[in-house]
Design a binder for this molecule. Sequence first.
Ligand SMILES: Nc1nc2c(c(=O)[nH]1)N[C@H]1C(S)=C(S)[C@@H](COP(=O)(O)OP(=O)(O)OC[C@H]3O[C@@H](n4cnc5c(=O)[nH]c(N)nc54)[C@H](O)[C@@H]3O)O[C@H]1N2
Ligand SMILES: Nc1nc2c(c(=O)[nH]1)N[C@H]1C(S)=C(S)[C@@H](COP(=O)(O)OP(=O)(O)OC[C@H]3O[C@@H](n4cnc5c(=O)[nH]c(N)nc54)[C@H](O)[C@@H]3O)O[C@H]1N2
Ligand code: SF4
Ligand SMILES: [Mo]
Length: 873
Amino acid sequence: MNMQSPRPAVRTTCPYCGVGCGILATPDGAGGLHVAGDPGHPANFGRLCVKGSALGETVGLKGRLLAPRIGGREAGWDEALDLVARRFSDTIAAHGPDSVAMYVSGQLLTEDYYAANKLMKGFVGSANIDTNSRLCMASSVAGHRRAFGSDTVPGLYEDLEGADTVVLVGSNLAWCHPVLYQRLAAAREARGTRVVVIDPRRTATCDIADLHLPLAPGSDAVLFNLLLAEIDRRGLVTETPDGLADALAAARATLPAATGLPHSALRQFLDLWCGSERVVTVYSQGINQSDSGTDKVNAILNCHLATGRIGRPGTGPFSVTGQPNAMGGREVGGLANMLACHLDIEDPAHRDAVQGFWRSPRMASRPGLKAVDMFRAVEEGRIKALWIICTNPAVSMPEADRVARAIKGCDFVVVSDMIARTDTTRLAHVLLPATGWAEKDGTVTNSERRISRQRRTLAPAGQARDDWRIIADVAARMGWPEAFAWDSPAQVFAEHAALSGVAGALGSDFDISDHAGITQAGYDALGPFLWPQSSRRRGGRFFGDGRFHTPSGRARMIAVTPRPPQPLSEAWPFRLNTGRVRDHWHTMTRTGLSPRLSRHLAEPFLELHPTDAARLGLVPATLAEVTSSHGRAILRVLVTDRVAPGHPFAPIHWTGETAPSGRIDALVDGLADPVSGQPASKSAPVAIRPFAAAWYGFAVSAHPITPGCDYWARATLPAGHQAELAGRGEPGDWADAARRMLGVTGDPLVVRDPRNGILRMAFIQNGRLSAALFVAREPAALSRSHVVAALGGDCRGDILAGRPGADQPDPGAVVCACFGVGVNTILGAIATQDLTTVEAIGKALGAGTNCGSCRPDLKGLLVSARARAVDLC
Ligand SMILES: Nc1nc2c(c(=O)[nH]1)N[C@H]1C(S)=C(S)[C@@H](COP(=O)(O)OP(=O)(O)OC[C@H]3O[C@@H](n4cnc5c(=O)[nH]c(N)nc54)[C@H](O)[C@@H]3O)O[C@H]1N2
Ligand SMILES: Nc1nc2c(c(=O)[nH]1)N[C@H]1C(S)=C(S)[C@@H](COP(=O)(O)OP(=O)(O)OC[C@H]3O[C@@H](n4cnc5c(=O)[nH]c(N)nc54)[C@H](O)[C@@H]3O)O[C@H]1N2
Ligand code: SF4
Ligand SMILES: [Mo]
């Protein structure tokens, strides 16, 4: 094969967030990919955010799991599959179907997910299959089912563009659904959409907010009850859903104090919402991840149901999904309390229909264990064989240390992942290498119910196999070869579509039976489409006709009595909020491979209000030790009034691989919503105190860094690696410690100033900088971008100054990841070229003109530059 021959672009779908952007991927002939937004895809019309744009940097073989492993040694596929099948079969024979479990993921493709659900519910005969969507969408699912009688997202993305008012509640859309945010920002620009952000924290999303309501954490149900009472007072109730009177009574009984919002802001919100016939309320994890998340979802849905603002253009509640296939997982029944195709596991007629379709020997007859309970059962030895696929629970589950211990103590643990070293793969008896995004074929469903093809563009890495095939091969070895005899994902999809026809006949909203007879060619050519797709119904919005999926056909309003979040105490006086950053994805197994994505925020941090910081004696850029009744973390202190006093924020992304003391879920309680089982991941009671570091450090190396000190956080660079470091005690021999840490040999150049504990070392090999270490008693003050840029380049001793010489500009921390434009460069250009708009910055420097993810940051810099200019006058 000619490695250089240009190949045509392949239409595929982004593997990150639930926006589900279409991508044109072109193999570069050397194992890599060029990616661009697909102008023809209705989710993004050609746009991509920074994570999508950087996909090409993450498809290499670095870090991949390339062959099956048993007990740490490489093994053949047959041996590994035989072992998995035998251990699962033996455990079931000895202890019954409920003694085994699968924990899967909203990042699996629908075909993978379908296979896993069929195996567990229909053939093992247990519903002990749950998914990380339990941590993500479970409260939305439960809220939808209570209100609509089905887990249906009624609206479409275009409704955000057609609305007069868009309310974003518990959603940092700018960072977490960037392309949808860009579509909203463009609509606002074009037609003056009013945007309300409801979030205790002032996020990047507030950049386009006409109104930001920094409500007290957990008080959303109070706010939406107040809204419902106001809707009633103004005579805006136009519909008569079931439960209307009780819901109104509960709403009228709700007092505003708990929101902590000033009367004027509250009034403004009520006026805006009530005054906009076309209103969309978008909600996400600030609502779902709560011990009363389902009630909060219903408090929102109530307002739309009472006013009939649902199912029509520019209206509706809108649960934006996190993972690329969170929706597809719900469609196949990946949650322990669902069946398949939105059918009910509790309904005998539904169970019989699915069992008949699958011709399966048995059928789970009751809901299985939800994630938190599942890992408790693992801990207690009730689950004796566990298969984890496409998720990293040792990091992402609440009480993560306890979950990791439970997995470690389990008799038999299988992990399917594409990456060799994660906090979870470390605990497995058997590791199965899965193909990654660019290597697999299948479908995903985005937040607006649009099913898109993900298409294979690269050959599988090493011996990696597709998840659906691995599951089917194990099922065959467990005795059910005929039921899992698919040859391709197209066949799995066809079967799923056929089953959805059976479900549709039983009244399910999810019905794509138009595709039941799809051929390989049809599957190859399949363009993005909205479900449902059947002779009964095709595409469009749900519920505009006032017909719902409840037995009465009417919607149900739920009487919500708001509950405050878990109380704080003297021992744990802070409520820790947790969430995402712009350029990283979850536990970073993929985004961490991209140097570009690692520049925006390179270590775990704690956003703390200035009054809290002052009270705790915490200086910016030092380290804080955060503890809870479950665990401990050490985080960089970022003092900011973006957060409220008493309510700090920390990101979720760091792990045992990247920053072992930054694992946030080690702190988070397993407390879950009683209806949905979704954990309250946004409100961990914690204590905070300074971490007594004797020294702070920053290191770069062309080789992998293995720090081994009390605090470290490492990240990938174009020419190697970097790490932030700190320790309580100093090593006896720094040069020796540095060689071990930085993977280098030889004697370094050294600069030392014992008075302030400054020690700087540079390792130079063949005239090039191969590693450097900067140590001080205070947080290392040096230009990281300068040192990073110097790594691997010609080097004289002057790198030990830690900053550029007077003749070299220092670009500062990277703001625009696409073009690598630093904060100093931007501030300099704003000042010298008199730039006043984000567009002008783009023209001058290129920053913000590709994916647009940094545009809120650029706007922030314009504001701070203006403030500085005023200060100087
Ligand atoms: N860059 C990036 N994007 C992602 C992901 C990622 O890892 N990185 N992950 C994807 C996934 S799986 C998901 S689920 C989504 C999540 O997307 P989002 O839900 O938008 O993201 P989060 O940062 O988890 O939380 C959203 C906001 O909830 C706020 N919040 C906390 N407590 C409360 C409260 O009591 N009330 C209200 N109203 N707000 C509160 C937080 O301050 C935070 O700003 O993002 C998806 N997109
Ligand atoms: N405190 C707190 N905790 C949270 C949250 C929060 O906001 N706060 N958010 C929660 C939410 S919403 C979510 S969605 C979870 C996410 O948490 P996780 O699902 O644990 O996070 P990921 O890093 O996405 O894990 C995916 C794993 O699958 C692997 N992988 C990728 N592609 C494939 C594939 O095709 N096949 C296989 N077999 N493996 C693959 C990756 O390498 C990685 O190890 O975290 C939850 N935890
Ligand atoms: S918004 Fe970004 S992460 Fe989400 S699907 Fe689109 S390109 Fe991927
Ligand atoms: Mo999620």
